[in-house]
Design a protein around this ligand. Structure first.
Ligand code: ADP
Length: 575
């Protein structure tokens, strides 16, 4: 099948060639006719002048004879008129029956002394004539030449022109067809190439050897495709590397699109779930865990990294899920098996809890006997000093075991909090009541500010009291002698933020990130001396986390410290 461009080019060529042939024929014909006519007129003028000369000079022949001879010689009709336009002699008719010629334009010109030329249809014959009249003494002579003669001369030329044009036309059409075919083929190769590339075949090439514009386009397309092929190969290689890497991971990885359809899953994921995720199938077909699905949905919808715990993907196993949004929409989730870590963590917590629990009884006993001995009167001063040291250390150990037990319970999640709606103000007032006197004993003043500024929160009063206790005690121990300690609350994004502020020596910034770790102390000696266990802030942190809140410290050396913790508003309350 011929290409469409072939027909288009052919149509244009035919139009141009046809128009050129017609224009050429018309121009040549017109020029030829004009030349012929000018020649005829020049001839006729000469012959008319010769007739005039003979009419003037020939005295031997009659006017009738002269016009008959000259008319025949010139192949034209010869006429002689007097100054009034009356016909005196005519080569083709009897002058007596011919009407007066005074109104003929050429005669009018000749009678006024000029050569008159006119072309019109003859009244007598109805065919076009060329008339030339010249003055003679006593009138004018005229030759009339029938232009039908010219048509006869013209015909062979018209025929020759027609055949010549036709031959040129045919030749031009053949050349145009060949050119169109050639161009059409070359363009068709480019089209075929484009279709192959569009169909995914990046090995396609046009391989044109020509250097004209089409050749340059072909070379540019070849170059582009080669570049795309190389780029694609690179992408494929790195994708394979990535796949190998992801498949060799212990963690399970799965990617879903915006509609929650599986785009990719690594071997870890396939091993994990009983129903291997199928490409483009909804994720819910293979994994039903609501926490996992929520995390992925949230990451894809809100474009934020989301974490979750899920324990129903595989019975008896706990997974940490991290879902991250993908650039083009959708999300990728990594599942890390925490079962073993959790088990070890639990046994560590259990161990600490058990040891603390086991130490309780002997410690109480030591404390009891020491105090009994101290109460006795028979103890000399030396022994009393030793007993005092034993009592102090036993009390410290007892505080440590209590704190360790509390921490282990809160951390394990075994401790049941009695959550209830409580106003921020009430919590602050409770703390104020409980610690006002203690503060006074440190020589400091406990003040509450902004108590009414925050909303209700959902909290276990006992536990919050414990947090305030730890924070206020620290403020008093490390900072506040003779100064103020401020308690306060303010509205936060999802509830309320409480704070305990002191104006003590502050904590330098390098300690802040680790402050809430267990046994982390800025000044070990001071902490010990003041009876600190190094667990107060860790306990506060775990209670806040168990309440779904956050805790942080802000401090600057010599400018005091502030400890903030948030609690969430009860369901249905807006912060
Ligand atoms: P401790 O039982 O030693 O007080 P915490 O966990 O309560 O343990 O506190 C950890 C450390 O943080 C403390 O040892 C102390 O160095 C520092 N710290 C806590 N609160 C303050 C405060 N208000 N001002 C200065 N340092 C503080």
């Amino acid at each position: 099948m011929r290409s469409r461009i072939f027909f288009k080019l052919m149509f244009v060529f035919l139009l141009v060639i046809g128009a050129s042939a017609i224009a050429l024929q018309w121009t040549v014909h017109a020029v030829w006719e004009r030349t012929l006519r000018e020649q005829i007129e020049r001839n006729l003028r000469q012959k008319t002048l010769m007739l005039a000369y003979r009419v003037e000079a020939d005295r031997q022949h009659s006017l009738g004879d002269i016009v008959a001879q000259e008319g025949q010689a010139a192949g034209a009709r010869a006429t002689v008129v007097d100054p009034t336009g009356k016909v005196l002699a005519d080569s083709e008719a009897d002058p007596s029956v011919i009407e007066n010629h005074s109104q003929r334009p050429e005669i009018i010109a000749a009678l006024s002394g000029k050569v008159g030329v006119s072309e019109r249809s003859s009244q007598s014959f109805g065919v076009p004539f060329l008339y030339v009249a010249v003055p003679v003494s006593g009138g004018a002579v005229r030759l009339a030449y029938p232009l039908t003669e010219m048509e006869t001369t013209d015909r062979p030329l018209a025929v020759a022109l027609f055949w010549g044009s036709l031959a040129t036309f045919v030749f031009a059409v053949i050349v145009a067809a060949a050119a169109s075919q050639y161009l059409g083929r070359r363009l068709e190769r480019i089209v075929n190439f484009a279709e192959r590339v569009a169909g995914g075949d990046l090995t396609a090439r046009i391989a044109s050897t020509s250097t004209d514009e089409i050749g340059q386009v072909a070379a540019a397309l070849d170059k582009t495709t080669r570049g795309v092929e190389e780029g694609y190969a690179r992408v494929q290689t790195s994708q394979r590397e990535l796949e190998t890497l992801l498949n060799s991971m212990q963690d399970a990885v799965i990617a879903v699109d915006v509609d929650g359809r599986v785009q990719w899953a690594n071997r870890g994921m396939n091993r994990l779930v009983p129903r291997t995720p199928r490409l483009n199938a909804p994720l819910i077909d293979s994994v039903r865990d609501p926490d996992f699905l929520d995390a992925i949905r949230k990451a894809a919808r809100d474009q934020v990294v989301t974490s979750a715990r899920s324990n129903t993907i595989v019975v008896g196993r706990i997974f940490d899920v991290t879902a991250a949004p993908m650039a083009g929409g959708g999300a990728v989730a990594v599942l890390r098996d925490l079962t073993e870590t959790e088990r070890m963590e639990k046994s560590r917590r259990d161990f600490i809890a058990n040891v603390s629990h086991e130490l309780r009884t002997p410690l109480t006993s030591i404390q009891g006997y020491t105090e009994t001995l101290l109460d006795g009167a028979l103890v000399d001063n030396h022994v009393r000093d030793f007993l005092e040291i034993i009592r102090k250390n036993a009390a410290r150990m007892s505080r440590l075991t209590e704190d360790l037990l509390t921490l282990a319970r809160v951390e394990s999640g075994e401790h049941r909090f009695d959550m209830q709606r409580v106003s921020a103000e009430e919590l602050l007032q409770d703390a104020l009541e409980s610690f006002r006197e203690v503060a006074r004993s440190y020589g400091a003043e406990l003040v509450v500010e902004n108590a009414a500024g925050a909303s209700n929160v959902n909290a276990d009063r006992e536990a919050i009291h414990q947090i305030f206790s730890n924070l206020i005690e620290n403020a008093l121990k490390y900072a506040a002698s003779g100064k103020k300690v401020i308690l306060g609350a303010r509205s936060a994004e999802r509830g309320a933020e409480f704070y305990v502020r002191d104006f003590g020596p502050g904590i330098s910034s390098e300690h802040l990130p680790r402050l809430f770790e267990r046994f982390y102390r800025v000044d070990k000696a001071r902490s010990r001396e003041s009876g600190g266990t190094g667990l107060g802030l860790a306990i506060a942190k775990h209670i806040v986390l168990a309440h779904g809140g956050t805790i942080r410290a802000e401090s600057e050396l010599n400018h005091g410290s502030s400890f903030f913790f948030t609690l969430t508003a009860p369901e249905g309350d807006s912060a």
